[in-house]
Design a protein around this ligand. Sequence first.
Ligand SMILES: [Fe+2]
Ligand SMILES: [Fe+2]
Length: 471
Amino acid sequence: MNGARRDAIGDFVQKFAGGVTHGSLYFKDHPRVREMAEQTLSALRDHFATGAAGGSATSLFIGVARGRLVADGRPLIGALLAARRLVDFLKRLRSGGFLIKASVDADQLRNLFAFGHELGGEVPTLDDARRMLAERGIVAIELSPPFGQPGWLGVPMGGGGEEGGEEQDEPAATVTCVQQLHDGVEIAHAAVAQGRVPDVAGLQAVVERVRGHLVTDLPRALELAHYDDYDRYVVGHSVRVGLFALLVARSLGLEQARADEVLCASLLHDVGKARVPASLLYRRGPLSEDERAQVELHAEDGAELLAASPGATALTLEIVLSHHVRQDGRGYPTLPASIPPTIWGPLLYVVDVFEALTAARPHQARRTSKRAWEILAADRGGSRPDALALFARAVGLHPVGAHVRLSTGELARVVAATTRFDRPRVERTHDATGHPIAHERGAKADVEIDLSTQRWGDVDVADEAIEPFED
Ligand SMILES: [Fe+2]
Ligand SMILES: [Fe+2]
């Protein structure tokens, strides 16, 4: 599959899934839902315009085969969170895919997004779902029967598809877990945008529900929490900040309840941004002084809103209020003396900057974590040195979930920091010729190596990939 084609489809899937998400949060005529419909349509047109759709193609099929999202007969790689939302939506429609015709318009897309909101659980049958779509004027999107049933509208799986019937979507549970965190943050932000107090206890309940996966699979969670979708970057950023803060909490040996509290508070650290107009948040150009002041209010606004939520603790308020406080006084806001400072305000400052530097933004490309460390270390007036040191110990040079190339030529995924800053424990994923390394459950010892030990002393991390390697 050529790059342009995959990018066009990937972009379309991101926008389409974003529309489904926004449709489930807002009403049909909400500006965000309108905007997502327009963007989805434009991504679809780009896809057809690349000519990669076969030149004369008049429809695009996005469906689910063996638990995976596929487009035009190939599994979609990456965009896992977006994919999971579409998989869930299709499941509720009792369908195996959307056949989207080139004649679709923004109104039909908007109706489909809003339908996700109306639809509580699963519809009784596929025919019911089809009838309901038709009643809403959605005529250019056809619902396919599930994969494996007669009448599947998808292209047969081509090269690159999996063989064998038992296709276990291994990270599915972790994907769901990360998605629940996203949804929890999104719900809190939506509440603030609508002038309501965010439900901290509700988010805490989500954290408790997914805690098990975060204990066993934090590397995969951090890897999955990467987001390329600028539109959702405030939420994506909050999830990654939460997971990094959790990593620090674990490295400090905090008990489970306190670690949960840290995660929950960190997930909410930017909740005040839901009050900042999107035109400022997503601006690619510079902000005026007034506009900057408006954005900076998010810390105080967030703390004030959360103070009214029964589930918020002192730690929640401290983290939200003080995550932009710098040591040289050039940050914001000025903290009232009544707040007893813990290490968590300064820690969140470091986590927030590190996440922002290593993520894609409307106005900047993603940086490697090495570069992020250089920037953090050079900015002497920013971080409190003890907080920076604690974060360094918890995360290391290459954070958990990062993809690295080893000096042996093998590719690997970082699974834990060690006592050596630049020598993490890694799981080898591809051999030096680029072939995936078989990974049998229970045979981890063969693929997982600790670079801080003498045994692997000859192997170094050669470089870190910005984009994940494809499995
Ligand atoms: Fe912030
Ligand atoms: Fe932030």
